[in-house]
Design a protein around this ligand. Structure first.
Ligand SMILES: *Cc1c(COP(=O)(O)O)cnc(C)c1O
Length: 346
């Protein structure tokens, strides 16, 4: 068998900088960003703030740090935030909610990792009942990660925002994959900037940069975020090389996310037709979640993929995840569609 290149669908974080992105990095002007003197970081922050119609933006090394900073900005120790039970802030940030902010989480259920406005009121602890933690923040995710890349209709987010206003809660959007939602739904980013107190957007997923997340919000909020970022160890120096990659990603690799979405949908459609697949979750963006039939030997499936130089994520209990991205080419896609049809069970 001739040497095949690896098809890596574990995550959209596995991409390497494209040629154009490398050029942008090489030619970036840089300075000490702790002194606010890195022109490339400043350009990225200004661009992203403007993109969302927000007052100010701040560059973070990771999405987790940006989310954790946002939670710190909006809460005091002992308080409680509301989030979906599958949310990244609760499940995948190392317990940072309690470690960094001393805050607890009220976790809610909901299809595909999404909350509904009518769930908010009943989840808010009565503010004058001093036995229970004071509820001060709602965090939503768009697109949802564990929810399979699902995205909200904008009016659903507005309805949750109305509840936040009614109960005096801050409203944070974990928008690690907000770019995918904007492209999939054709939504206006400025509406997002107007609705949320803070939004984090990731540059190292679909947009293909090596690192970085930007947090946007009001000037006053983002000025305070600077101090929190420093406390968390996220003050960086000549990081403009990385910021330039992020800006390149937004300017040149955003619209192409629709290709990732189209390929993900084709994968989902072909999985549905296979006799060894139990169920495929609705696929709206670049994440495909599916379940093998219980009688299928999970290891056999994994070995079959490994032998054919394909990597996807096993999520346990027969649940599997594939994520399409910039480095998943049309040729790989065609090979993948064929391969899925070649697996024989049991
Ligand atoms: C990837 C991701 C993050 C941030 O992850 P980092 O690896 O810390 O950059 C945050 N929220 C969601 C929903 C994500 O998918």
């Amino acid at each position: 068998m001739k040497d095949l290149d690896l098809i890596d669908l574990r995550s959209d974080t596995v991409t390497k900088p494209s040629e154009g992105m490398m050029k942008a990095m090489f030619s970036a002007s840089v300075g000490d960003d702790v002194y606010h003197e890195d022109p490339s970081v400043n350009a990225l922050q200004d661009f992203v703030a403007d993109f969302f119609g927000a007052e100010k933006a701040l560059y973070f090394p990771t999405g987790s740090m940006a989310n954790q900073a946002a939670i710190k900005l909006h809460t005091q120790p002992g308080e409680q935030l509301i989030a979906h039970q599958w949310s990244h802030v609760y499940n995948y940030e190392g317990g940072g909610v309690s470690f960094n902010s001393g805050v607890s989480c009220k976790l809610l259920e909901g299809a595909q990792g999404m909350l509904r406005a009518e769930q908010i009121g009943p989840a808010v602890n009565p503010p004058d009942f001093y036995h229970s933690p004071l509820t001060t923040l709602v965090c939503v995710e768009n697109t949802t990660n564990k929810g399979g890349g699902a995205c909200y209709e904008f009016d659903q987010l507005e309805a949750i925002g109305d509840e936040c206003k009614k109960y005096g809660l801050k409203y944070h959007l974990d928008g690690a994959r907000l770019w995918n939602a904007l492209v999939a739904k054709g939504q206006n980013p400025k509406q997002y900037g107007a609705l949320f107190d803070t939004i984090s957007v990731c540059l190292s997923k679909g947009l293909g940069a090596p690192m970085g997340t930007v947090l946007v919000g009001k000037s006053e909020t983002i000025s305070r975020a600077m101090r929190v970022r420093k406390v968390l160890g996220g003050g960086m120096r000549q990081v403009g090389y990385m910021a330039a990659a992020g800006l390149y990603g937004i300017q040149h690799q955003l619209d192409r996310l629709s290709e990732d979405h189209a390929r993900a949908l084709e994968l989902a459609e072909s999985l549905k037709a296979l006799d060894y697949v139990q169920n495929v979750e609705p696929t709206q963006t670049n994440i495909v979640i599916f379940y093998l039939k219980p009688e299928v030997d999970q290891n056999k499936f994994l070995n079959f993929l490994e032998n054919n130089k394909v990597r996807i994520s096993a999520m346990g209990q027969g649940k599997w995840r594939m994520v399409t991205h910039l480095d998943y080419t049309q040729a790989q896609h065609e090979r993948m569609l064929k391969l899925l049809n070649e697996f024989v069970y049991p």
